[in-house]
Design a protein around this ligand. Structure first.
Ligand SMILES: Nc1ncnc2c1ncn2[C@@H]1O[C@H](COP(=O)(O)OP(=O)(O)O)[C@@H](O)[C@H]1O
Ligand SMILES: [Mg+2]
Length: 422
């Protein structure tokens, strides 16, 4: 979405992908309760958890007042109802108290591309037309900190099982494979099950393991290092995995996972994360901060209880995101009493996006060959459903980098309301 589109249609369909905002001070001066509430909702979002946001009423005049005696923050957002002439007069006053390094963002009520261009030329970092949504707000702020030359961010797609052995890893690997092979999307599969992970086995690899070192010293991690740690397992598919052994102790910090995923996201459009079935702060962190989450469950009571707990927690922690996706797997085990998909859906409050039959022949053969279900049982129902899952992911809108580049070149050059005003 570019700014011109956003101007003409503030409710325009935006990409779900917003980079994490850095530890910045962001001061917002609203004029309406509505805008205040939107900013409030955005500032409680996971992607803004590191930023320090303060919200006050009073628009530009209040900001001018406050910064007579205080330094301006990294980002100053002001809401205004003013039209062109009065707006420039007010901004002139604001410029007198505003540090050159402060990025000024305006939420305006006048929808006018000419005004927008003029403001940008004067050094305003962004002009959004009210009403804004939390997503539009976050997207605009995140764009201020993005390197305009950087590639668009990759999507982090996490797979977690509602209990061990439900097939979460198998599904993650097959969907990753299909994303790369069938949807032609460069994909990295990250296996965070360091001790017992099966990604390497399932792709018939015996190398890798480097992610342990990366998790141990996240501050050293950059894209070159990550590239070296990856094993290529297909034309467009790479693996970033643990050593698969128990001779070391692993303790993982949330911020290490954050650093690594942020680096990996910059090098590939799709990152499939195989999240182990255990509970720790870093697991919770990883799930909450994923762009998509697939919870795999078998149609049994323990899986149902755990799936419900995970779904409830994730919905509550991610009020501005789509809910996680539920996959029912190993459905139809002979002689096993099972909960029907409809009852399962009702109990957890989420309809499964896929119901995969129990198919020990196809899955067993794939596992023993170190191949994907697609390769050993192309015609199976399971292969068909897994391909459909990958297709649904592949069809999601990709983030747009070009508009950010165009915007970035403008705003990085000019100081806000500099002497060169026309
Ligand atoms: N639909 C299925 N039918 C039969 N076996 C399956 C199915 N899905 C997964 N499996 C098998 O179940 C076992 C556990 O799978 P895995 O992906 O390691 O589970 P998790 O990662 O949830 O612990 C593997 O042997 C896998 O081949
Ligand atoms: Mg697993």
């Amino acid at each position: 979405m570019n700014s011109a589109q956003q101007l003409s249609n503030p409710e325009a369909n935006h990409s779900e992908l917003v980079a994490l905002l850095p530890r910045a001070d962001i001061h917002v001066f609203c004029e309406t309760q509505e805008t205040g509430q939107v900013v409030q909702r955005a500032s409680a979002d996971r992607r803004m958890s590191r930023a320090h946001v303060t919200i006050q009423l009073g628009g530009i005049p209040a900001a001018v007042q406050v910064y007579q005696t205080q330094p301006t923050p990294n980002v100053l957002v002001v809401e205004t109802h003013l039209g062109r002439e009065e707006l420039f007069r007010e901004l002139g006053r604001l410029a007198e108290v505003c540090q050159p390094s402060t990025k000024v963002v305006i939420i305006g009520h006048v929808n006018d591309v000419v005004l927008y261009r003029e403001l940008i030329r004067q050094g305003i970092s962004e002009y959004m037309v009210a009403p804004v949504t939390p997503h539009i707000f976050m997207e605009a702020l995140a764009a201020l900190f993005n390197d305009p030359k950087a590639a668009p961010l990759g999507r982090v797609i996490s797979f977690v099982g509602a209990k061990g052995g439900v097939g979460s890893s198998t599904i993650a690997h097959n969907v990753g494979w299909a994303l790369s092979q069938r949807q032609n999307i460069d994909t990295i599969i990250t296996d965070l099950d360091l001790a017992f992970g099966t990604a390497a086995l399932n792709f018939n690899q015996d190398g890798g393991g480097g992610i342990v070192d990366a998790l141990g010293q996240p501050d050293r991690v950059d894209s070159t290092l990550i590239d070296r740690m990856m094993t290529k397992v297909g034309d467009k598919l790479s693996l970033l995995n643990g050593p698969g052994g128990v001779d070391r102790d692993y303790s993982i910090e949330s911020h290490a996972v954050e650093t690594i995923l942020n680096v990996v996201r910059q090098s590939s459009p799709a990152i499939v994360v195989d999240v182990p079935n255990m509970w720790a702060p870093w697991i919770k962190y990883t799930l909450i901060n994923s762009d998509e989450i697939f919870i795999t469950a078998t149609p049994e009571l323990p899986a149902l209880r755990n799936a419900k707990n995970l779904i409830d927690m994730l919905k509550a922690a991610r009020p501005n995101d789509k809910p996680p996706k539920l996959v029912l797997n190993q459905v139809g085990v002979p002689k096993r009493p099972e909960i029907s998909p409809a009852d399962f859906a009702k109990a957890v409050g989420l309809t499964p996006v896929a119901v995969i039959p129990y198919d020990p022949q196809s899955f067993g053969l794939a596992q023993s060959n170190g191949q994907m279900v697609f390769e050993v049982a192309q015609k199976s129902k399971a292969a068909e459903i897994l391909a459909e899952l990958a297709r649904s992911l592949g069809a999601a809108p990709a983030p747009v980098a070009a508009s950010k580049a165009a915007k970035g070149s403008l705003l990085s050059k000019l100081p806000f309301m500099g002497k060169k005003s026309s």
